[in-house]
Design a protein around this ligand. Sequence first.
Ligand code: FE2
Length: 174
Amino acid sequence: MAKARSKQADADAAEAMDIGLSIDKRSQSAKALNETLDGTYSLMVLTHVYHWNVRGPLFGQLHKLLQEQYEALFASVDEIAERIRQLGFDAPVNPGKFPSGIQMPGSLPDEFGMVADLKRRNEAAIRTLRKASSDADEAKDYVTQDLCNKCLAHHEKAAWMLRASLDSEQRDGQ
Ligand SMILES: [Fe+2]
């Protein structure tokens, strides 16, 4: 039977890296990336669910837009998780706890409600990532910062596209 690695073995392996970033700095980046991974995974699932269930006159456009967005988010989660590994830590493996940020609505909103919900969630991701990018810069963890900036660019574009899909009344009402 395969033996599980001990926490100490993981800590020793993380400690053994010599890349000019202290274990504290790497740990701080990994923690921020863990939160980003959780939020990105949640948003990916929700975007996928809305892609399936959207209906109404804008079905074709929104179905396609949301597909592009969940596919981009899937690529992001892979990069985020692999960056956590590069920093010397495990990507989340807690069944039942990951992703934690997803709250599926009891009944699905209409198409404009879906768009407004995704816009809000992308904007929340932007705020989180802006801080993570700035913290990574301060820690001189430039690779993590680049990844945060890449994710920021995705979310800012996604939020713009979603915002542009709502008229002013729908934006104000949300
Ligand atoms: Fe599909």
